[in-house]
Write a protein that binds this ligand. Structure first.
Ligand SMILES: [Zn+2]
Length: 386
């Protein structure tokens, strides 16, 4: 509020502002209201590059375009560097990493959207951003090129003390605490999941049917008229662009808005697979950003980084053949440095978070990974309840 000393002279009776004063207040309030209205997102899409740390993004841009900083992600208008540590470790696994992003709480490695209790077990269930959306009547979806019960998708819809409890995790998608649970479930490994649910005493296809899902064998088969669908596939990666844009179009029909999480794995244990998947996700985000409704907050984040480094490469020749030839080498002398070097483990340095759309301006500086939950909640205009 303005200091009374700077208000115009000729003060009116208490509680009845003078015309000049009202004009002054009016001018002050306009930017406040329009600012609040402009900043609200109807929809949020969270793109999660699993293990998509800065080193793999750097290599992916150069691999694709022979230019640094040439990914779409690297041109999103708001960025931050996020810590990824979990409650009990400086280097997180995907379960605790994703829990932080979707609940605003750090938990122990291996735990999904649940805090450990006194005895280390039977902790408190945390409400996820997907559950907040479901509770308010928004439509929701979870899409991944990893198993549908795996840590990243599971953190959106399940609450367990171990990411290994496959059947228990997926059962929670079908018996949600809020709304009717995710409206779209796209991910891998039908056979494994069906065997696990059978062992747990229930049939996967029947369970999905009872929960109102239309079941498709492949993500690409999901039809435009399917408002609630599951595509749990066996085999290699699908093309995410037609699938995610179709799901986005369907989710957009909900006047209240939607929440969509899309995970694409970028682990570089198999170096080229990780680099190429980072490029696939970048293309996907570019397309979705072009087609999403204007009131959509789009965020890219990794859950953690990975032990991967660009070591030696010449600018005088295309980068991709240098990487490929180097990876194909069977023998390497003691002085023969690799082009890229990939270990086998997650690593603890900060990851890039990038965003565009309403509410994205809150993303800046060095942040804890839990802040990403706050940014999504604030973008929707929802009160913070953790
Ligand atoms: Zn991960």
């Amino acid at each position: 509020m303005p200091d009374s000393k700077v208000l115009p002279l000729g003060s009116p009776a208490k509680g009845i502002p003078s015309f000049a004063m009202r004009k002054y207040l009016f001018l002050l309030l306009i930017p406040c209201f329009s600012h609040a209205a402009d900043n609200h997102a109807k929809n949020v899409i969270l793109f999660l590059g699993d293990a998509g740390g800065i080193p793999v993004l750097n290599a992916a841009g150069i691999y694709e375009n022979d230019r640094p900083q040439s990914l779409f992600i690297q041109h999103m208008p708001y960025i931050a560097l996020s810590d990824t540590s979990s409650l009990n470790a400086w280097v997180t696994d995907s379960a605790a990493g994703m829990t932080a992003l979707v609940t605003g709480h750090k938990t122990n490695n291996g735990w999904l959207s649940m805090l450990p209790g006194e005895a280390g077990r039977d902790g408190r269930q945390l409400k996820t951003i997907l559950e907040h959306a479901e509770e308010r009547g928004l439509s929701t979806g979870v899409v991944t090129n990893m198993p549908i019960w795996d840590a990243t998708p599971a953190a959106c819809y399940a609450h367990v003390d171990s990411r290994k409890k496959m059947a228990e995790i997926f059962e929670q998608a079908l018996h949600p605490r809020f709304g009717d649970g995710p409206d779209f479930l796209v991910g891998k490994d039908w056979k494994k999941l069906a065997a696990a649910t059978e062992q747990a005493g229930w049939n996967l296809k029947d369970g999905l049917g009872k929960a109102g899902y239309r079941v498709f064998e492949n993500p690409a088969d999901i039809t435009a008229d399917a408002t609630r669908a599951a595509a749990i596939y066996d085999g290699s990666d699908f093309d995410p662009e037609p699938v995610v844009t179709r799901i986005m179009q369907t989710l957009s029909r909900n006047q209240k808005g939607f929440f969509l999480m899309v995970e694409w794995d970028m682990h570089t244990k198999a170096t080229l697979v990780g680099i190429k998947r980072a490029i696939v996700m970048d293309h996907l985000i570019r397309k979705v950003a072009a087609e999403a409704p204007a009131d959509t907050l789009i965020i890219f984040a990794a859950d953690h980084s990975f032990d991967f480094r660009l070591i030696k490469a010449s600018k005088g020749q295309p980068f991709a053949p240098q990487v490929e030839a180097d990876l194909a080498k069977e023998h390497r002398g003691p002085l023969d440095k690799p082009v890229v070097a990939a270990g086998t483990e997650h690593s603890g340095e900060e990851i890039l978070v990038a965003a565009q759309g309403p509410g994205a301006e809150r993303l800046h500086g060095f942040i804890p990974n839990t802040r990403i939950f706050d940014i999504m909640m604030q973008a929707y205009g929802w009160n913070q309840t953790r």
